[in-house]
Design a protein around this ligand. Structure first.
Ligand code: B12
Length: 299
C-alpha cells in the first residue's frame, strides 16, 4: 500500500517544503464557517457560490479518499515590486504549481498504477487554504491568509485529490499572534475580528475589477499598486523573517514594476502574449490601465 511518508519525502526532494494530507470527507466544519461568512458578507464574484461544491471533494472526484496538500512559498527578499503585489511579480503560480503536482502525481502512479490524481490550485470549487489548514500546513491569520510557521503567508496552495486513502495529518496547534496589525493597516478596512472579510473593500479585489463604485474608487486613493495588494501581509509579524523561496521557477524574470506607457502601447493580444507567464495575464489590459489612471489623477 502507498505510504504517505514516501510521497511527502518525494515532494520534499523536489524542494516543496511543506506537504500534508487531509481526508476527502464532506466537511461539516467548513460548512459552518461558510454559512457564518455568508450571513455577514456577500461572496466575492470570483468565489464559487455553491456551498456543497466547496465542502465535498467527492463532487470533483466521486472516488476521492484523500487530498495531498502542498505549499509553494514565493517570497524573494531581493525582489521588491513597486506597483504590483509579490504574488503577481513572479512566474504564474498556476503554471508552476501544476508542474510540481504533475511530477508528484507521476510518482504516485509509478507506485500505484490505478491511482487517480486530480491537481487543484486556485481555480477549483474547493477552499484551498482550508485544505492546507486541515492538512496541518499552517494556521489562519486575522488577515484571512494561511500562515506557515517558517515561510509565513507568502505561499501558494496546491493539492492533489486522490482516490487512494492516505494517513491524514492533524491541523497545526500554533496560531496567529493576534496583534491585529493587518486589521488596522488594511487600506479599505476590509478586515475585521473573527476572520471577517469584506471583499468589496479589499484593494486586491478592487484592482482586479473593471467597474468600481465611488466609494471603492476612494479606497484606491493613494494605493500605488495596479494589481493585487500586500499590505495585510507585509505588516504581519509572521512575515518579517521569512526565508527566500526554495522554488527555483519563481526566480525567473521577476517583475519590478508595470509601466503605464509600455502597457498602453500594447494591443490586447500583445498584452496577453507579453505577460502570459504572470498571474495577472487573465486580467484585461484596460483594468490595469484604469488603475494607473486612478493613481495618476490623485498624484
Ligand atoms: C476569490 C479569491 C480571492 C478574492 C477574495 C479573497 C478572500 N479572502 O476570500 C481576492 C481577489 C480579494 C483575493 C485576494 C488575495 N488572494 Co486569493 N483567492 C481567491 C480564491 C480563488 C477563492 C477564495 C475563497 O473562496 N474565499 C472565500 C472563503 C470561504 O475562503 P477563505 O478566505 O479561503 O477562508 C475562509 C474560510 O475558509 C474560513 N475557514 C475555513 N477553515 C477555517 C479554519 C479556521 C481555524 C479558521 C479560523 C477559519 C477557517 O475562514 C476563512 C475566512 O472566512 C482562492 C483559491 C481557492 N479556490 O480557495 C485564492 C487564494 C485564497 N488567494 C490567494 C492569494 C495569494 C491572495 C492574495 C494574497 C493575493 C494578493 N497579494 O493580492 C490576496 C489575499 C487577500 C486576503 N487577505 O484574503 C491564495 C492564498 C494563499 C494563502 N497563503 O493564504 C489562494 C489560496 C490561492 C492559492 N491556491 O494559492 N483572493
Amino acid at each position: 500500500m502507498l505510504q504517505a511518508e514516501e510521497i511527502k519525502e518525494y515532494a520534499k526532494s523536489l524542494s516543496v517544503p511543506a506537504v500534508g494530507i487531509c481526508n476527502a470527507d464532506r466537511d461539516e466544519q467548513l460548512l459552518s464557517y461558510l454559512e457564518k461568512r455568508h450571513q455577514n458578507f456577500s461572496a466575492c464574484s470570483f468565489e464559487e457560490k455553491d456551498i456543497e461544491k466547496r465542502i465535498s471533494v467527492c463532487q470533483l472526484m466521486p472516488e476521492a479518499k484523500s487530498v495531498l496538500v502542498c505549499l509553494f512559498p514565493y517570497y524573494i527578499r531581493a525582489v521588491q515590486p513597486e506597483n504590483i503585489s509579490r504574488y503577481a511579480a513572479v512566474q504564474d503560480y498556476h503554471l508552476v504549481v501544476k508542474q510540481y503536482l504533475k511530477k508528484i502525481a507521476d510518482f504516485i502512479q509509478s507506485k500505484e498504477p490505478k491511482a487517480q490524481c486530480l491537481p487543484v490550485c486556485d481555480t477549483s470549487s474547493l477552499v484551498d487554504r482550508h485544505l492546507a489548514w486541515k492538512a496541518g500546513l499552517g494556521f489562519y491569520g486575522k488577515n484571512n491568509v494561511l500562515i506557515h510557521p517558517v515561510y509565513g503567508s507568502y505561499c501558494f496552495v496546491g493539492a492533489l485529490v486522490l482516490n487512494v486513502p492516505l494517513e491524514a495529518d492533524e491541523p497545526m496547534k500554533a496560531s496567529c499572534v493576534g496583534c491585529g496589525a493587518c486589521i488596522r493597516s488594511c487600506p479599505g478596512q476590509a478586515l475585521s475580528d473573527n476572520f471577517g472579510f469584506d471583499c468589496e473593500r479589499c484593494v486586491s479585489y478592487l484592482t482586479q475589477t473593471k467597474v468600481l463604485t465611488e466609494e471603492q474608487q476612494s479606497i484606491l486613493e493613494h494605493q500605488r499598486n495596479v494589481y493585487g495588494c500586500d499590505v495585510c501581509q507585509s505588516v504581519c509579524p509572521h512575515n518579517q523573517h521569512v526565508p527566500d523561496t526554495p522554488i527555483r521557477e519563481f526566480y525567473r524574470e521577476p517583475l519590478r514594476q508595470l509601466n503605464e506607457e509600455s502597457i498602453a502601447a500594447l494591443s490586447n493580444r500583445q498584452f496577453k502574449e507579453r505577460y502570459k507567464n504572470y498571474p495577472f495575464s487573465w486580467c484585461s489590459k484596460q483594468t490595469i490601465l484604469k488603475n494607473f489612471r486612478r493613481y495618476n489623477e490623485e498624484k
